[in-house]
Design a protein. Structure first.
Length: 454
């Protein structure tokens, strides 16, 4: 079987020569061998021809008027479109210097005139096959690179799933454990406050009754009543018991919020109150809102809660999204002083404090919409395009893993068929908008279940 003839189908050879006799000889030889032949009688016409069609190989005469073969080859190799086309020089010169010069310019071979037919066909066949092999190899490398890139993406997603699972499990168990340990004693205290308050009232009434029937009291009793300031004790005791009851009630609310945030017993989809999840998250972050940076006023939280029905969702995972976005907003506000030059003053004041604005609403299409906006420095435009990429972070080394927003995006888009959008605020700062369907059973358009940077 003639391998050469089986591999040259539809391949084009461009012959560049100013001698008609040479052109005719090569045309007849190549045409008879099954190649398509294109002709150019000068370097200029060869370069012009490249603008409309590209050959598979070029036979280039060295000695031509105008642009010679060397200059034509140099131009071809300087152009990315034509640089990989094999060039074989044809010359009557036997000077080694000229051959070396041509090879240095990028030619793959040299044919010496007068032309030997079998030699020409053999050299053309070799270089066409080499080019074909190189193109196949490049295609295989590109395909393999794409496979590896896909595998890397899959691995990163698996890592995200693992990190998310471990993080949520650890956080949920920790919070649930603390809530459980606090819940038992506080319920004991809270449950005994009412009877204790009744006992105290009974004792105070007993003292009043004693004073009514034993007046004046014995001298020792009178002295003790003055030492303990009985009148003040009688007035302050109800207030003291009320404060204890209020404090115990507050602790019970905190425990309830901790349990609501972790929701470790609610791993499946369940209809929940989104506002409770946001409030619980804010409670967890409360310590960071109180002048966490000495140069800043207390961070102000503005709640603009609209009417929002119960939303079917993975409650603990959605709370983790709130945690990530709110923690990033606090980090941005805290970092304001670090980004200021020495001659700049803080843009915040008690009259214009650092602020996080939380807005919720429901749309007519059946979406629950939660927007979280801060008045911090915002996110640089170049970085904004990567904020949902795994392991990307704008925080200094050691202060961020680059997983928070990527995990949040994954939770919203993949777990809840929703969207997570970032938008820079015109007055400065950043705004993240979460959209998830109120009911899991409703149809969600595929183009809406995405993350976007507006």
């Amino acid at each position: 079987m003639d391998l050469r003839n089986s591999s040259i189908s539809q391949q084009t050879i461009l012959v560049v020569d100013d001698t008609p006799t040479n052109i005719q000889v090569l045309f007849d030889l190549l045409d008879a061998s099954g190649y398509r032949v294109a002709i150019a009688k000068s370097g200029e016409s060869a370069l012009k021809r490249m603008q409309s069609s590209l050959p598979d190989l070029i036979l280039l005469d060295v000695m031509m008027p105008g642009i010679d073969g060397f200059e034509t080859c140099r131009t071809l190799k300087a152009n990315a479109t034509t640089s990989d086309i094999p060039v074989i020089f044809m010359t009557a010169l036997a000077d080694t210097v000229d051959k070396v010069k041509g090879l240095k310019l990028g030619a793959v071979d040299y044919i010496t005139k007068p032309i030997q037919h079998e030699e020409v066909l053999a050299r053309i066949d070799v270089h066409l096959q080499l080019r074909h092999l190189r193109q196949n190899l490049e295609a295989q490398v590109a395909a393999r690179t794409e496979e590896l890139t896909h595998a890397l993406g899959t691995l990163q997603q698996a890592q995200l799933h693992l990190v998310q699972s471990e993080k949520m499990s650890s956080l949920g168990q920790l919070v649930a454990g603390i809530a459980h340990e606090i819940n038992n004693p506080i319920n004991f205290i809270y449950g005994n406050l009412n009877p204790a308050s009744g006992y105290v009232n009974d004792l105070l009434q007993l003292i009043e009754l004693y004073q009514t029937h034993q007046s004046p009291p014995p001298e020792a009793v009178q002295a003790f009543m003055e030492d303990i300031d009985l009148e003040f004790l009688r007035e302050d005791m109800p207030r003291l018991m009320g404060s204890m009851k209020l404090g115990a009630s507050r602790i019970r609310q905190i425990v309830l919020s901790l349990r609501n945030f972790s929701r470790i017993d609610e791993a499946e989809v369940k209809a929940v109150n989104i506002h409770e999840g946001i409030d619980s998250t804010l409670l967890i972050l409360q310590h960071r809102l109180k002048q966490s940076n000495p140069g800043l006023p207390k961070i102000k939280i503005v709640k603009d809660y609209g009417h929002l029905p119960q939303v079917e969702c993975f409650a603990s995972q959605l709370n983790q999204v709130f945690m990530n976005i709110l923690a990033n907003a606090i980090d941005a506000l805290d970092g304001v002083l670090e980004t200021l030059d020495a001659d700049q003053t803080s843009p915040y004041s008690p009259e214009f404090p650092p602020c996080i604005h939380i807005q919720t609403r429901s749309s007519a299409e059946g979406w629950a919409v939660i927007s979280i906006r801060d008045n911090g420095p915002g996110i640089p435009e170049a970085a904004a395009k990567q904020i949902f990429d795994p392991f990307f972070t704008t925080k200094p080394v050691g202060k961020g893993t680059g997983l928070g927003m990527s995990i949040s995006h994954q939770i919203i888009t993949q777990k809840h068929n929703g969207s997570l959008e970032y938008r820079p605020c015109s007055e400065g700062g950043a705004e993240f908008t979460i959209k998830i369907p109120v009911c899991r059973s409703q149809e969600v358009p595929a183009d809406r279940a995405t993350a976007a940077v507006v």
